[in-house]
Design a protein around this ligand. Structure first.
Ligand code: ACO
Length: 312
């Protein structure tokens, strides 16, 4: 019988500290109206100085195991998507494994910027489908505000911190129907953090246009290659960078706005954490239900991109 992987639990964590747009108005030349109109963002969570991407990932995983059919000791694989590791090495995933007191898994990190969670999910899905492991923990965690120049209004208004986690388990029925991932390194300088400056530098306009085009095509081709019509989709859970990007992509595939999970207003762009955070939000709000057809979609620095089509 064909094996699938299925998300059996979700969890998330957001730091206590919140910056509203009005807070940011105090230290950079911007306005609440501009940020809302151009990005849809109203507030974002900011990790404390002592709080790392491992701490946030740990809290999201504990949340995911609150109501989970399996236990932490049953996890055989931990994949963490992050661009903001606590240490250069060991990996965030290994530090997380230690904090979770799990000694049965192998653990490693993925860096595909904002697309990282979909890359991580794709790898875990393949290990499960291949029969190599039964249960995996897939996490997106970011202390992305540690890479911000708080004097650069082009970037500092956009990002926030947080973590999201899913437990992925072997199943006889779907589950994940398909994953698609891609990258093109020729765009390496449009959105980057160089090791000498350690701050995000971005050509926002260019990123915007390529993001909309790439994600529009990717959404359409993901549905088509799996024999799905846009009407079959219950929810789109996209990477949360900018509500205008999300709405433009939905428009390209004729998806009504009511079918989009939108959290960018509450969280800002949390990079690799944004999809699992939005998924857990939609799950806890009981927006998504068992057997719903859901598409994840992301785009990020590299450029990288990816989509996941799944039955929840
Ligand atoms: N507050 C006030 N004014 C601002 C701000 C700000 N924070 N930032 C820029 N402006 C000004 C600019 O200086 C410019 O002024 P000018 O016309 O006098 O020159 C004006 O606003 C318009 O600037 P643009 O850069 O053209 O604004 P745009 O509508 O493109 O919005 C934004 C900028 C929000 C960054 C948009 O380009 C964007 O979202 N790009 C995608 C970037 C992104 O999401 N990156 C994250 C990672 S990749 C991903 O996740 C998809």
């Amino acid at each position: 019988m064909q094996k699938y992987s299925k998300i059996i639990s979700t969890g998330s964590y957001l730091p206590d500290k919140v910056y509203t747009n009005h807070d940011i108005e105090k230290f950079v030349d911007t306005s609440n109206d501009w940020i809302i109109e151009r990005t849809g963002i109203e507030k974002r969570h900011i990790a404390s100085e002592s709080e790392s991407s491992v701490d946030m990932a740990h809290a999201a995983c504990i949340d995911a195991f609150k109501n989970c059919a399996i236990e932490l000791k049953d996890i055989e694989m931990i994949v963490v998507a992050t661009t903001t590791p606590e240490r250069k090495f060991p990996s965030t995933a290994v530090l997380l494994q230690n904090k979770l007191n799990n000694n049965s898994a192998f653990a490693f990190d993925i860096n595909a910027a904002c697309t990282g969670f979909i890359y991580a999910l794709d790898i875990a899905d393949k290990y499960i489908k291949g029969g190599f492991v039964k249960n995996a923990l897939v996490v997106g965690t970011e202390k992305i505000t540690s890479l911000l120049d708080w004097k650069d209004r082009n970037t500092c208004v956009l990002f926030g911190d947080g973590a999201g986690a899913v437990v992925l388990s072997s199943s006889d029925t779907p589950g994940i129907i398909s994953n698609t991932i891609g990258s093109d390194g020729s765009y390496k300088d449009l959105l980057t953090v160089n090791t000498d400056t350690e701050v995000i530098e971005m050509k926002g306009n260019d990123v915007f246009k390529i993001a909309v085009n790439t994600m529009g095509k990717l959404a359409a081709s993901t549905l088509e290659k799996n024999g799905f019509k846009v009407e079959d989709l219950d929810w789109l859970i996209p990477h949360q960078a900018n509500s205008r990007i999300i709405n433009a992509v939905a428009k390209k595939i004729n998806l009504p706005e009511e079918k989009i999970v939108m959290t960018v207003n509450k969280h800002g762009n949390t990079s690799a954490a944004s999809i699992p955070l939005a998924l857990d939000y939609a799950n806890k709000q009981q927006m998504i239900h068992k057997d719903n057809i859901i598409m994840f979609e992301a785009f990020g620095a590299g450029f990288t991109w990816g989509s996941t089509l799944l039955k929840f």
